[in-house]
Design a protein around this ligand. Structure first.
Ligand code: ZN
Length: 98
């Protein structure tokens, strides 16, 4: 069940990082976040593992990425606020079974 292609799809090209004073900042995820590494080549970044869990009202997704340039591993932590209200628009309507 290690499907690297689908992992790649799940990683957004950009993420919004919340900064204490300046609000949200958009950063590119196509880079290595390890110190002393300037890799900005997405081909050298290989996602190999995904962990999902819920925390309070957030859906946390951690994606483990191996950098082939510095041989290091870092984790992208993506947080999604769980939708409180359901939108009916993109719901797959399931027929009611009785
Ligand atoms: Zn690196």
């Amino acid at each position: 069940m290690s499907d690297k292609e689908s992992l790649r799809v799940e990683i957004l090209e950009y993420a919004y990082i919340s900064l204490a004073r300046r609000g949200m900042e958009k950063i590119s995820l196509d880079q290595c976040f390890l110190k002393n590494c300037d890799n900005k080549d997405i081909k050298l970044l290989e996602p190999f593992k995904k962990v999902e869990y819920e925390e309070k009202n957030k859906q946390i997704k951690e994606i483990f990425i191996r950098c082939k340039k510095c041989e290091g591993i870092f984790i992208l932590k993506l947080e999604n606020l769980k939708r409180v209200a359901k939108s009916t628009k993109d719901d797959d309507e399931e027929p009611l079974s009785m």
